[in-house]
Design a binder for this molecule. Structure first.
Ligand code: WQD
Length: 346
């Protein structure tokens, strides 16, 4: 089995990607310092995969500790690099923390990849590199607008660093995967997004529905969209995960036409906040307590993907629709509650 290193493997997208990689016959090790990821995610992956997964509790900003993992695993064939901070408001408050954490860790993992001869690298990027895209659906060739936050700028700079490394290393391949809005959970409800105080829409919805929050706000109802609320391209986390497996297979099989290629990971469908809330209420049977509030700083009005390039080049297709995204997110939130009740009883 080919061994893949997943950094940030105890996080939301990293954890679901490990499940998909194992489903497709890869051996996987994780590097995660658990500052944002959790052992609960790791144990959940092991339960689904029915095998132990080795996680190296290492801060990628420490070059020596990172190199030690490569010395212990000379048979790493590919790397998927998720480990980074990703809160937009936190990045606005603490820009230097974001630049040093997200960029020092990237430079270190790239340095180790080169030193150890790893040839295939997948970088976790984001649709936020587009800023307020001028044309929709947005294509990979769209010019990058001014980043809306330091977080988004670390993704723009990160992409440029990866591209520059491929220019001087003819045997090094990088896939830059730009996620739109990842949502939902593994259908088993054994793993999902774990955030105590989420800012993203879907965990806010499910926490409101389950009673963890008394109510929620819809940030803005006066946008120039079909119902006045913002439009996003919500995509199931397992579809995002499978795109990573496909991107690795694409490079390992030598199918990539350039050493650095960019792919949008979205469904291609724009959905408004109110449409998503309606889908949730329909699927869950729960009436949601929300009120229309003011706009949130930094929000783009509308963004959704042209995903044809990933479909054609990677042979990737999305398998989960909006109802399934809402259903898996809701069942995961209910599972969290049941577990909390079990812990209280013990
Ligand atoms: C979606 C919509 C909000 C909460 C973020 C990151 C992006 C990427 C995906 C990492 C917006 C509205 C939200 C609430 C609301 N992350 N909303 N009430 O901002 O599109 O993207 O996650 O790669 O980089 O910026 O996601 O879920 O925060 O917001 O009305 O309580 O939901 O205004 O229109 P966003 P989000």
């Amino acid at each position: 089995m080919k061994k893949i290193l997943v950094t940030g493997g105890c996080g939301y997208i990293g954890g679901h990607t490990i499940v998909d990689l194992i489903d497709h016959g890869f051996e996987v090790i994780s590097m995660d310092d658990l500052s944002r990821g959790s052992l609960r995610m790791l144990h959940g992956i092991e339960k689904i995969a029915k095998r132990p997964i080795k996680n190296y509790r290492v801060n990628l900003c420490d070059l020596e500790d990172t190199q030690a993992v490569f010395n212990e695993n000379p048979d790493i064939v590919g790397i998927i690099h998720f480990a980074a901070y990703k809160s937009v408001p936190e990045s606005v408050e603490q820009p230097l923390r974001y630049y040093s954490n997200n960029l020092d860790s990237l430079v270190n993992i790239l340095r180790c990849a080169r030193e150890s001869g790893v040839k295939h690298f997948v970088f976790s990027s984001s649709c936020s590199v587009y800023g307020n895209a001028k044309e929709l659906p947005v294509e990979e060739s769209a010019p990058l607008q001014e980043a809306e936050s330091p977080y988004a700028r670390t993704k723009q700079i990160g992409e440029a660093i990866c591209r520059d490394v491929t220019k001087v290393n003819r045997d090094f391949n990088v896939m830059l995967l730009r996620y739109f809005n990842p949502v939902g959970a593994h259908p088993s409800a054994i793993i999902g997004e774990l955030q105590e105080k989420p800012e993203n829409l879907v965990p806010v919805i499910t926490q409101t529905a389950i009673g963890k929050r008394a109510e929620m706000n819809v940030f803005g109802s006066d946008y120039p969209t079909r119902d006045g609320s913002c439009v996003r391209d919500y995509i199931h986390v397992m579809d995002i995960a499978n795109a990573h497996t496909k991107a690795l297979q694409y490079m390992i099989e030598g199918k990539n036409e350039e050493r650095c290629e960019v792919f949008n990971l979205g469904t291609g469908e724009g959905v408004t906040v109110l449409e998503l809330i309606n889908a949730f209420e329909k699927v869950s049977g729960q009436k949601l307590n929300y009120k229309m509030g003011g706009r949130r700083a930094g929000d783009v009005v509308e963004v959704y993907a042209n995903n044809n390039k990933a479909k054609e080049r990677l042979g990737w297709e999305t398998k989960f629709d909006l109802d399934q995204m809402m259903d898996t997110a809701w069942r995961w939130e209910q599972e969290i509650k049941k577990e909390a009740e079990r812990i209280q009883l013990n």
